[in-house]
Design a protein around this ligand. Structure first.
Ligand code: URA
Length: 238
């Protein structure tokens, strides 16, 4: 949560009073005077002290194993959404997914109320790695690996950044692959394979940056981030 918003909310200060606390060096994060009003903080990661008082945040962070058929949206007139999979109590205001999966893609969705964190994780400059497993019709070859490494060019001319492709199994009919991309273009993985003349018939995401799909999180279930998982995101709090 933004430090200025936290102070205004928790100490019920005016904007002017909040700013004065910063100017007077009364705002400390982990024992050090903090000057940035926009600093993203979470009391599970940071010790936040303002005018001698310790402040707490209450952001929500969930990992969800999205099933096929569910849309990554907050509302949908036709289909079940990722938010519909959460209990009413956990459906916090401002909760949103960090990036989207297609309706027919399953796997890891990260949901948070911390919009600043979501922004950082999605920012192209941050190059956050997304890991997928896919089943593709036809035989994925070492030429495809080289093309992914070089940077796929979509039909239509859009150029992708280099991506890492690993073949898990391949026959003339079907291949199983693992791939890592650092962008989030619309239908990116499907379009990358289409550019190689192949169709993705199954797609699952199992990693977003340091977050991995927990092995014991069955399809359709979710859980809160552990403290260790939250710690692994600390570099994205700025
Ligand atoms: N790439 C796709 O084509 N679909 C997804 O859902 C995610 C990445």
């Amino acid at each position: 949560m933004r430090l200025d918003k936290l102070i205004e909310k928790e100490l019920t200060t005016s904007r002017k009073e909040m700013k004065r606390l910063f100017v007077r060096g009364k705002v400390k994060v982990d024992g050090k005077i903090e000057r940035s009003e926009a600093r993203n903080v979470d009391s599970r990661l940071h010790h936040i002290e303002v005018n001698g008082r310790t402040l707490s945040t209450s952001e929500a962070y969930y990992l969800l194993n999205k099933p096929q058929g569910v849309v990554t949206a907050n509302h949908d007139h036709q289909h079940q959404t990722v938010l519909d999979l959460l209990s009413t109590n956990d459906r916090k205001e401002k909760l949103a997914s960090v990036g989207r999966l297609d309706r027919d893609t399953e796997g890891l969705v990260f949901l948070t109320t911390n919009g600043q964190l979501a922004y950082e994780l999605l920012h192209p400059v941050k190059k956050v790695t997304k890991c997928y497993e896919a089943v593709v019709n036809g035989e994925v070859t070492t030429e495809d690996i080289a093309a992914f490494q070089k940077g796929i060019v979509f039909h239509g001319g859009e150029i992708c950044q280099p991506a890492q492709l690993e073949i898990l199994s391949a026959t003339a009919e079907e291949s199983r692959v693992r791939l890592m991309i650092q962008e989030g273009k619309f239908h990116q993985v499907k379009k990358m394979f289409l550019a190689c003349g192949k169709k993705v018939v199954f797609l699952k995401r199992y990693g977003i940056g340091p977050l991995m799909l927990p092995a014991d999180l069955t399809i359709g279930r979710y859980r809160e981030l552990t403290v260790d998982e939250l710690e692994s995101l600390k570099i994205y709090f700025c």
